[in-house]
Design a binder for this molecule. Structure first.
Ligand code: C5P
Length: 465
């Protein structure tokens, strides 16, 4: 049984049947219908949109696309007045099933992996939480991929986009599990998989920066230290610099020097729990040029997150659909994203002692971090070794519209439903958008509720609530 229990196999099969039932419902609708696609702005949302858009284009369907930061009542009211025949909600919508049902009599398909509280009968929901599938098993782009493949087997060439979405949603943990691993099999025609060090940015960044920014694996005296990373490389006495004295990219080093770096990292980590735990899978696109941000699926996913956070989702979609013209623009955005991220991290590091409330870190950034970057900052802080396992990170940043974007994360893997806790705290101050997953969720509240929200956080013993 390939290591699967009979029950696990059934839930997967049930989910695949649900996808095909929904595809059947969809293809019975009029082929000339005008379809509106609404999706999220993050990596999973952009990959989802790209897969469905390509699949619809191949069928000559008429459609338009809108990518949004989140779904809320205002958006649903606006959509309900628009002129289209079928609505596709990708990577969002599950939490608003009741409101959607109330507003739309036309067919609505929701392809989403976020949790939901209500399931009506009139909306076509394709969501893994309908079955006993875990969060890591499939992303929204994975669902979109299965939908596309069921629509037409030619869409199998889009499998790698589903993996990029899954990586963006942190579902790659030294490999893929569940339905994602089935999608990986389909993607193998397009991608190579190799075991190697889990260093992010090997295709594009100089090796000193790769090591300095390496939070997973954490490298003592090197992670977070520009001088430490340079000293580490110089001490190894390898050929790491080019003729101008600048550090090369890891992909430009010879094998022996790479081995020395790996050994050096393991030695530096000897006091860590698993010093040799630095290897992982490297997924690269076969026919993509070496050294671009699109070669390595992990870098591609960061690029999509970056374009989304700079309101350039259409650029992300063009990159996914292999539009070569878009590459220059994407390089500029990636640079802006990196400097924005560095500014946010620097601000965090200079102020971090003000944020600690026992097992809770409240990063109230106000105007110091962009609302579109606060989730990324909270994720990086949660993944770094800075706080104990189980610590809760809550990031808060002001938006242009006088709201506060909230992003919550948990350090390490513990079985805690942070989403329910955040929902409970937010619901006490009003009816505001809040949703996500057990370990990563977000909300949006008005600025004048800032103190009330923080008080709610502090009053709730988050770990025992
Ligand atoms: O925005 P942030 O990155 O903090 O969100 C974490 C997760 O929660 C994402 O998957 C996002 O789609 C989800 N989310 C949601 N509803 C919200 C805010 C975030 O489903 N109102």
């Amino acid at each position: 049984m390939n290591g699967h229990t009979r029950e696990e196999k059934y839930t997967k099969l049930d989910f695949l049947n649900l996808v095909s039932d929904n595809v059947n419902k969809f293809i019975q609708l009029n082929k000339n219908n005008y379809i509106k696609i609404v999706s999220h702005i993050d990596c999973d949302g952009i990959s989802s949109t790209s897969i469905i858009a390509k699949a619809f284009e191949r069928e000559d369907f008429r459609f338009s696309i809108a990518n949004v930061k989140q779904i809320d009542i205002k958006l649903l009211d606006k959509l309900s007045k628009e002129n289209f025949d079928i609505l596709f909600l990708l990577d969002l919508g599950s939490d608003y099933m009741k409101e959607i049902e109330e507003r739309f009599s036309k067919p609505v398909f929701i392809l989403d992996h976020h949790k939901f509280n209500y399931k009506g009968d009139n909306v076509n929901l394709v969501n893994p939480h309908l079955f006993n599938l875990s969060y890591e098993e499939i992303s929204s782009s994975g669902i979109c991929y299965l939908f596309a493949k069921c629509l037409n087997d030619n869409n199998k060439d889009l499998a790698y986009l589903a993996l990029i979405g899954a990586i963006g949603d942190m579902q790659e943990k030294n490999g893929f599990s569940g339905i994602n691993s089935l999608i990986l099999e389909d993607a193998k025609e397009k991608i190579d998989i190799e075991k190697g060090p889990r260093f992010f940015g090997m295709q594009t960044k100089p090796i000193n920066k790769v090591l300095e920014y390496c939070t997973d694996p954490y490298i003592p005296n090197v992670t977070g230290s520009s001088d430490g990373a340079i000293r580490f490389l110089d001490d190894l006495e390898i050929d790491a610099r080019d003729e101008n004295g600048r550090f090369k990219r890891l992909i430009d080093l010879d094998k022996e020097d790479i081995q020395k770096i790996i050994a050096g990292v393991i030695v530096n980590r000897l006091d860590e729990e698993n010093p040799e735990d630095i290897f992982g899978n490297i997924y690269t696109i076969k026919d993509e040029e070496k050294g671009t941000s699109m070669k390595d699926l992990k870098e591609f996913s960061t690029l999509l997150n970056a374009v989304g956070r700079f309101d350039k989702t259409s650029l992300g979609i063009r990159l996914c659909l292999n539009d070569k013209e878009s590459r220059k623009e994407s390089a500029e955005i990636l640079n802006s994203y990196k400097s924005e991220l560095i500014n946010s991290l620097n601000w965090f590091n200079s102020n971090k002692n003000n944020f600690i409330f026992n097992n809770l870190i409240i990063i109230n950034a106000k105007d110091n971090v962009k609302d579109t970057m606060i989730g990324t900052l909270a994720s990086i802080v949660a993944k770094s070794n800075a706080y104990d396992k189980g610590t809760i990170i809550v990031g808060m940043a002001y938006t242009k519209d006088n709201d506060i974007k909230i992003s919550a994360r948990i350090c390490g893997y513990i079985n805690l439903d942070l989403r329910s806790m955040l929902k409970e705290i937010v619901s006490r101050i009003g009816d505001y958008p809040c949703g996500g997953h057990k370990a990563a969720c977000g909300a949006l509240i008005p600025k004048d509720k800032e103190e009330e929200f923080i008080k709610g956080l502090l009053d709730t013993n988050l770990l025992t609530a």
